[in-house]
Design a protein around this ligand. Structure first.
Ligand code: TRP
Length: 450
C-alpha cells in the first residue's frame, strides 16, 4: 500500500512554504541574470514584455505545477505516472530531470563566483580600482582553471548538505531566515543606488519603454527568463507542491511567489542600472554586469566593503535556496522511484552535476575554444535550458493540466479542504489556451522553426 503521509516529509508552516518556493524562484536569475538580459535587450520595453509573460504564462504554469505535485504526492516523474498511468506523459518529467542536470551544472559555477566575491569584497579588493580594472579582475578570475572550480565544488557541497537534511529541517529552515534578510539588503542597496548622481538615466532606462527595441529575439528571451526566474518547466514546483499541505490555497501561494520573484527582480534592476549609468559602464555588458558594476557601487558608499560582503553572501544564499530546489527534483525521484536512501541519492546526483559543472567552468577559460554549435559549453547549457528544455517541459505541463486532467479533478485539488478558489475559471482559460499557444509559438521561434 502507498502511504505517502507516513514516508513523506513536508513543509511545516504557510510561511515556510512561501519562503521555500520563493527561495527557489528568487536566485541568480533575479539578481544576476534579469539585470543583464534587461541591459542586453534595451531596458524598459523588455521588462514590459517580461511582465506579460509572467502574468499569462508564469502564474498558470506555477499553479499547474503545484497542483500536479500536491495531487500526486510524488516527484516530477512519479507524478505523471500516478496521475496518467500507462501513458507517455511521464516523459514530461524526464524533460524536467534533464533540465535539472543542465541548469544546476552552470548554476553552481555562477554561484561559486559569488562565493569568491564574498572573499574579494571582504579583502577590500575593489578599493581604488577603476571600473576597467574591476572588469579585468573578473575576467581573469572566471577564466582561470582551478579557483572557480573549487568554489563550484564547495557550493555544490553546501547544496547537497542541506538537501540531505530534508524538507522541514533543511530546505524550509534555511529559507525562512535567509529570504527576509535578502530583501532588506536589496532595499539598502537600492537606496544607495538611486541617490547616486546621475541615477535618473538608469531609472529611465528601466522604466521608459523604447518599443523599437523589441525584437522576436527579445520576446523569446523574456519568455525563457520567465521560466527560469520562476523555476518553471523543470518540475521544481511539482516537487515542492508535493510537500504542501492540503489546507493551503495553491492559487494564492502561486500569486505570492510570482509577485515576490518579480518584485525582487525589479529591485535588483534598480540597485544596478542607476550605478551602471552613473559610472559610465555599458548596460549591455552581459553576464559580467553584476560582478563589475556592484563592486563599483560599494566603493562609493560609506562602509561599502561591508555591504559588498553582505551582498555577495546573500547572493550566494539566494543561489543556495534555488540550487537546493533543483537538486531536490533529482533526489526526490531517486528516493521515491529508484528506492535509494536520501543520502545516497543526494550524493550521486550532486556528484554527476558537479562533474558536468567543472566542464562548464573550464569553458570560460582553458576550454573556451572548444565550441559546440558555435557556443562554449556553458553557453550551450544555458541556451538548451532557456530555449528548449524549460519551455518544452512547461508546454507539456500546461497541456497536461489544461487538456488531459479532468476539470473536476483540477477543481477538487484547488478547492481541497474547503479552500476558495475564485480564480478557477480564468486559470483554466489561461492554462488551456493562452499559455500553451504562447509557449508553443515562442518555442518554435526559439529552435528556428518559425
Ligand atoms: N529560479 C531560480 C533563479 O531565478 C533558479 C531555479 C531554481 C530554476 N529552480 C529552477 C530555474 C527550475 C529553472 C527551473 O535563480
Amino acid at each position: 500500500m502507498d502511504k505517502p503521509s507516513l514516508q513523506r516529509d513536508s513543509f511545516g508552516s504557510r510561511f515556510g512554504v512561501i519562503a521555500a518556493a520563493a527561495g527557489s524562484a528568487i536566485g541568480l536569475g533575479n539578481i544576476w541574470k534579469f539585470p543583464y538580459i534587461t541591459g542586453v535587450y534595451g531596458g524598459a520595453a523588455f521588462i514590459v514584455v517580461y511582465l506579460i509573460c509572467i502574468a499569462l504564462i508564469g502564474f498558470p504554469l506555477m499553479l499547474s505545477e503545484f497542483l500536479v505535485g500536491r495531487k500526486s504526492q510524488k516527484n516530477a516523474i512519479g507524478a505523471f505516472k500516478k496521475l496518467a498511468p500507462g501513458t507517455p506523459w511521464y516523459l514530461t518529467g524526464w524533460i524536467g530531470m534533464a533540465a535539472a542536470f543542465v541548469v544546476l551544472s552552470f548554476y553552481g559555477v555562477v554561484a561559486g563566483w559569488c562565493m569568491e566575491y564574498i572573499v574579494k569584497a571582504a579583502a577590500n579588493a575593489f578599493a581604488g580600482q577603476s571600473p576597467g580594472q574591476i572588469g579585468g579582475m573578473f575576467g581573469a578570475f572566471i577564466s582561470s582553471a582551478a579557483k572557480p572550480v573549487l568554489w563550484q565544488i564547495a557550493f555544490m557541497g553546501l547544496t547537497a548538505w542541506i538537501v540531505v537534511a530534508g524538507i522541514k529541517d533543511g530546505i524550509e529552515k534555511y529559507s525562512k531566515v535567509l529570504m527576509p534578510l535578502l530583501l532588506v539588503l536589496i532595499i539598502i542597496l537600492d537606496i544607495r543606488a538611486i541617490t547616486l548622481p546621475g541615477a535618473e538615466k538608469g531609472l529611465a532606462f528601466l522604466f521608459k519603454p523604447d518599443w523599437s527595441k523589441i525584437t522576436g529575439e527579445a520576446i523569446l528571451a523574456a519568455l525563457g527568463h520567465a521560466f527560469f526566474s520562476l523555476s518553471l518547466g523543470m518540475g521544481t514546483m511539482i516537487t515542492y507542491g508535493s510537500y504542501i499541505h492540503k489546507k493551503e490555497n495553491l492559487g494564492e501561494t502561486a500569486v505570492q511567489v510570482t509577485l515576490a520573484d518579480t518584485f525582487i527582480a525589479l529591485l535588483a534592476g534598480v540597485a544596478i542600472f542607476p550605478a551602471v549609468f552613473a559610472f559610465g559602464i555599458e548596460p549591455g555588458a552581459g553576464p559580467s554586469l553584476v560582478f563589475i558594476t556592484l563592486p563599483n557601487v560599494f566603493q562609493h558608499m560609506p562602509y561599502g566593503h561591508i555591504f559588498g560582503v553582505l551582498f555577495f553572501i546573500l547572493l550566494a544564499v539566494a543561489a543556495l535556496t534555488s540550487s537546493i530546489s533543483i537538486l531536490e527534483v533529482v533526489v526526490a525521484y531517486f528516493v521515491e522511484d529508484l528506492k535509494m536512501s536520501r543520502k545516497k541519492a543526494t550524493l550521486i546526483a550532486a556528484l554527476i552535476i558537479t562533474v558536468i559543472g567543472v566542464f562548464c567552468s573550464l569553458s570560460n577559460g582553458p576550454l573556451a575554444e572548444a565550441k559546440i554549435l558555435g557556443l562554449t559549453f556553458m553557453d550551450l547549457l544555458m541556451w538548451l535550458s532557456d530555449n528548449l528544455l524549460l519551455p518544452l517541459g512547461g508546454l507539456f505541463i500546461t497541456l497536461f493540466v489544461g487538456w488531459y486532467m479532468k476539470k473536476s479533478s483540477v477543481a477538487e485539488e484547488l478547492r481541497s479542504e474547503g479552500v476558495k478558489a475564485g480564480y478557477f475559471e480564468p486559470f483554466i482559460f489561461l492554462t488551456k489556451f493562452v499559455a500553451p499557444i504562447l509557449i508553443a509559438l515562442v518555442f518554435l521561434k526559439g529552435i528556428g522553426l518559425l
